[in-house]
Design a protein around this ligand. Structure first.
Ligand code: BGC
Length: 761
């Protein structure tokens, strides 16, 4: 096996050596976030090499005017994108009058980056030869506080290793930023005012059109050799770049330590008139605590996270490092504190997918958050969709649906559709089903029966109404059909009767009817409110039932197999392994037309249905479908390998499950698709977690009870994971000899390989 570029370590991601070609990918890999804001691991000092500068704030977006070749009625006017925000990390310096730049200095040695996932700390160090008589050493520590969402901390030290240095330090906030993915090169920010005080510098900027107010601040200090924090920087301004500057002389052997606080105080949490006061509070508090105390608080927040969610793998450090990296990045992206936020496929690490919400959240992320955190976190993800129900109804009505039918967008920030490829915007409607499925999955796992009557039922009714209008009765088939759709496999467009979509639609109609029956009986007052608010009547339930009972499913004429869609068997079903390696991935080598005519499947489609509804199908049926579809699957979506890993594990195909696991878990660390420089695949990281817990661990809730059916890959000596099942922290440890299950707090029965294990207080 090729040696991975990043060193293997159970708790750390380590890059040794400086390579300018790797700067952009390492900027993604070493990204930091704290749920409220996030940033790529850009250098603090000036860098003239190739870089992708990125700092993002949760929930702050811009509606960038849509750019398409041919306009279609129903297209959204804009694509909302998370914005590259003013940067606060910059610490430029010159040595004896020459600006320092890693790209141009004579020689860089001992360059090292390290991300300590246990503590949430990013460090970087290097030595640089500036001239034959001048050498410096630099060490940087950086973290974004988990306690104080608006606070980031940088500890930047410069040492004169050889020769004396006159340093001129320029620590700044910079408003001259752009999104790489801008459609028309329009400006996104309107800078309003500057605040230059003794304690901090700040830029009040407002997003154009959406009018989000953001106060980007920085506060720079020197830590004296005695540990005292000295705040005597001067200030300077150049348009929308504000600096705190300091001259500092070092004799050979001495060092200078800059302590910088920075971040964003936003209008999402504070009134604009309070921006200064709030920033002052954060800065004063940070200064009083100092680096060590702030870091200790941050570290203990990470300790709590790991205590609930760590997965330990013995005997395979690559797999160990990978799963922790995935868990770490998911926690950096979303913490469930704010129901206005969600999880973009690239989180805070890049701009692709616009930072917007996709079905990835419901299908992949919710299982992770509901099992590793308090239930309020996943509930907030569901609330996000509830809060956007009106927009989903509006969205459906724009497409011609009525009577409260809701179509949730494929891509969104605020509930409005942002996607503008007709075959996805109008046709990839299975996303609506994933939202209903997540409501079911959440209640099944957390046991929280309050979400559905409070919010979920309204969402379910909107979704059921959509399906009941989107189907049509085919006289020819004497059944309800769904025409003109795109399934999860986006390598087929505008097809009829995608099995997965039809199955999900049928299930949504049945499930919604069952929930209506239940809530109307158990909570008649609440149901009466919903009924009158939504103008619901009994005939809807019976209509849903009729449609569900007569839903059409495409089937193989001779074999016991569901077909992905009508006409699938007309394709030339040549297994993907026969494709030429030079032509993979096909989406980079083939015309779109050729892809559409081919039998190749981008990601789980029929198998996504088998994953969601495992208990609806016999094992033999799963095997038949897996054996038929997997060989045709090219796994060109990051969401593919995890589902296949889980299903392979359920079929007892451990080696295959393990191969898929490694692909999903090290996708970014090993840059499988040569595109990590664009950002990380955050939502598929939740799939990696699922591959262990639901795949190898075999965790499932069946008939309201927790089942664990673990298997152990040959490469591992043992593994253990934790899940929060209905308020009980359960630890499962799997070794060759046995499976140990520990329940940390309450009474519970867990079924392990079908046998009841009883826990008492
Ligand atoms: C996948 C979609 C997914 C999106 C964002 C696409 O490549 O096909 O299923 O929602 O990426 O992750």
């Amino acid at each position: 096996m090729k040696r991975p570029y990043l060193s293997i370590d159970p708790w750390k991601i380590i890059e040794n050596g400086f390579s300018s070609e790797k700067v952009k990918s390492s900027e993604s890999i070493f990204s930091l976030g704290n749920g409220a804001m996030g940033q790529r691991a850009n250098f603090e000092e000036s860098y003239s090499g190739t870089t992708f500068q990125g700092s993002y704030i949760g929930g702050v977006y811009y509606p960038d005017k849509t750019r398409v070749g041919w306009w279609k009625n129903g297209y959204p006017e804009y694509f909302a994108k998370v914005l590259n925000a003013p940067s606060w990390i910059g610490i430029h310096f010159s040595v004896n009058g020459t600006p320092f730049d890693l790209n141009t200095c004579v020689e860089v040695s001992d360059f090292k980056r390290e991300l300590d996932m246990q503590k949430g700390l990013y460090t970087r160090s290097f030595e640089a030869q500036l001239s034959p008589s001048q050498r410096i050493g630099v060490e940087i520590k950086r973290f974004l506080s988990l306690d104080e969402g608006a606070l980031g901390v940088i500890h930047y030290s410069i040492k004169a290793i050889k020769g004396d240095c006159d340093l001129a330090i320029d620590s700044f906030v910079d408003g001259h930023i752009k999104n790489q993915d801008s459609n028309w090169d329009d400006p996104f920010w309107d800078h309003k005012r500057k605040t230059i005080s003794k304690e901090f510098i700040a830029l009040h900027s407002q997003t154009l059109k959406t009018e989000f107010d953001v106060f980007t601040y920085a506060s720079s200090h020197i830590i004296s050799p005695e540990g005292e924090i000295i705040s005597d920087f001067k200030t300077k301004e150049r348009e929308w770049r504000l600096s705190q500057t300091k001259e500092y002389s070092l004799s050979e052997g001495q060092q200078c330590v800059v302590l910088k606080f920075g971040g964003y105080v936003t209008g999402m949490h504070h009134a604009v008139v309070d921006f200064e006061k709030e920033t002052q509070r954060i800065v004063t508090d940070a200064k009083e605590k100092g680096f060590e105390t702030l870091f200790k608080e941050h570290e203990s927040a990470w300790q709590e996270i790991w205590a609930q969610s760590d997965i330990q793998i013995e005997g395979d450090d690559m797999a160990q490092q990978a799963i922790r990296y995935n868990i770490f990045q998911l926690n950096q992206t979303y913490n469930g504190k704010d129901a206005r936020l969600n999880i973009g496929p690239k989180g805070f690490t890049g701009e692709k997918y616009g930072g917007s919400t996709y079905w990835d959240t419901e299908a992949y992320c919710i299982p992770f958050y509901m099992a590793t955190k308090d239930k309020t976190v996943a509930r907030n993800l569901l609330k996000y969709r509830y809060d956007q129900l009106d927009k989903a109804i509006e969205n459906a009505s724009k497409l011609g649906f009525n009577r409260g039918a809701a179509l949730y967008p494929m891509v969104t920030m605020n509930g409005e559709e942002c996607h503008n490829e007709w075959e996805i915007t109008f046709e990839e409607i299975h996303r609506n089903g994933a939202i209903a499925y997540a409501i079911f999955n959440y209640e099944r796992f957390t046991g929280d029966t309050t979400y559905i009557p409070e919010m979920g039922l309204e969402v379910l009714i909107g979704i059921a109404r959509f399906w009941s209008q989107r189907v049509q009765f085919s006289q020819n088939k004497n059944a309800y059909v769904i025409l003109g759709v795109t399934g999860p496999n986006e390598y087929e467009n505008n097809i009829n009767n995608n099995w997965y979509t039809n199955y999900l639609a049928q299930w949504c109609l049945q499930y919604t009817k069952a929930q209506v029956d239940k809530i109307s009986k158990e909570l008649p007052h609440r149901f009466a409110e919903i009924k009158s608010k939504l103008n619901w009547n009994e005939s809807e339930s019976s209509q849903w039932e009729t449609i569900a009972n007569q839903m059409y499913f495409p089937k193989h004429p001779d074999q016991d197999l569901f077909l992905q869609q009508d006409g699938f068997l007309d394709k030339d079903l040549i297994p993907a392994k026969e494709l030429l390696m030079e032509e993979r991935p096909i989406n980079q080598h083939w015309s779109w037309d050729r892809i559409l005519r081919s039998p190749y499947i981008k990601q789980a489609d029929v198998l996504q249905g088998f994953y969601f509804f495992q208990d609806h199908f016999q094992q033999a049926s799963l095997k038949r479908h897996f054996d038929f579809y997997e060989p045709l699957t090219v796994h060109e979506s990051s969401l593919s390998s995890c589902v296949h890993s889980i299903l392979a594990a359920r079929l007892g195909e451990i080696e295959l499950a393990y191969t898929f696991y490694l692909q999903t878990s090290r996708l970014d660390l090993d840059d499988y698709n040569k595109e990590v420089e664009e950002g990380l695949h955050i939502t598929s990281m939740a799939g990696t977690w699922m591959s262990i817990v639901e795949g190898f661990g075999g965790v499932q809730v069946i008939n309201n009870e927790l089942h664990v059916n673990p298997i152990l890959p040959d490469q591992w000596k043992s593994y253990s994971f934790k899940i929060n099942f209905r308020g009980n922290l359960i630890e499962v440890c799997v070794s060759r000899q046995k499976t140990d299950i520990r329940c940390m707090n309450k009474e519970l029965i867990v079924y392990c390989d079908g046998k009841a294990v009883r826990f008492k207080l």
